[in-house]
Ligand binder design. Structure first.
Ligand SMILES: NC(=O)c1ccc[n+]([C@@H]2O[C@H](COP(=O)([O-])OP(=O)(O)OC[C@H]3O[C@@H](n4cnc5c(N)ncnc54)[C@H](OP(=O)(O)O)[C@@H]3O)[C@@H](O)[C@H]2O)c1
Length: 197
């Protein structure tokens, strides 16, 4: 274990979410909308690595993982960690289970993941978004603003826009208003000011 005997090297924690006008993200355990191109953007973003041989850690609450289309798993360049207190057995396609966010950070700070993981992507749901955005390693919120009304029962938590600042243009981010099935949306990145790029 590299934890304990040497310094912990921080990994960027990035949240990624899509929310509609009322900040809704979910409805009855699923996404409230069906926007394949927006979803493709999520897949491309979370599976991209900059250094050869590296992987990203994908952090999922149990319900969000269960809502994800199993046919798209396993994801390229990804190690999947589930947040759960109930599950005793690792579900198919998940690599690790953690009981809380602290355990996730410990996991990624220890061998073998400390050498393997480039970015920690947080894919929801609400509690893990809320807890991870407060972590000192949290550097970015990738946020798709879905400019439409959908019925929702699950909502993206509020965040401080003085700490996470909206970047007008961001490298690699498709710019301008997108439209799919008559629904307009815009890809955004909020960056924490003090976090080095
Ligand atoms: N629009 C988007 O970008 C987006 C993204 C993600 C999810 N969603 C939607 O959001 C909904 C699911 O989100 P949700 O907030 O209801 O559920 P969730 O967070 O995905 O899952 C809740 C479960 O995850 C575990 N869990 C969550 N946080 C934990 C923590 N801090 N420590 C330990 N365990 C934790 C617990 O599992 P156990 O019960 O097993 O202990 C909890 O019951 C779905 O509708 C999904 O489609 C939308």
């Amino acid at each position: 274990m590299s934890e304990g005997n040497s310094q912990i090297i921080p990994k960027p924690i990035k949240l990624i979410a899509a929310a509609c006008n009322n900040m809704g993200i979910g409805w009855k355990g699923h996404l409230p909308w069906n926007l394949p191109k927006e979803f493709q953007y999520l897949l491309e973003t979370i599976t991209k690595v900059h250094q050869p041989g590296k992987k990203n850690l994908i952090v999922w609450g149990r319900r969000s993982f269960e809502a994800f289309d199993e046919n798209l798993l396993p994801l390229a360049n990804a190690v999947i960690v589930l947040l759960t207190r109930q599950l005793r057995e690792l579900p198919k396609n998940a690599h690790y289970m953690c009981r809380d966010e602290e355990e996730v950070v410990k996991l990624v700070s220890s061998s073998p993941l400390c050498d393997e993981i480039e970015t920690i992507w947080v894919l929801g749901g609400v509690v893990c978004y809320k807890n991870m955005m407060r972590h000192p390693w949290c550097s970015h919120i990738y946020f798709t603003d879905i400019m439409a009304d959908f019925e929702c029962d699950t909502f993206f938590p509020e965040f401080d826009k003085n700490i996470f600042k909206l970047k007008e243009k961001y490298p690699g981010l498709p710019s301008g208003i997108q439209e799919e099935k008559g629904v307009k949306y815009i890809f955004q990145v909020y960056e924490k000011d003090q976090f080095p790029k």
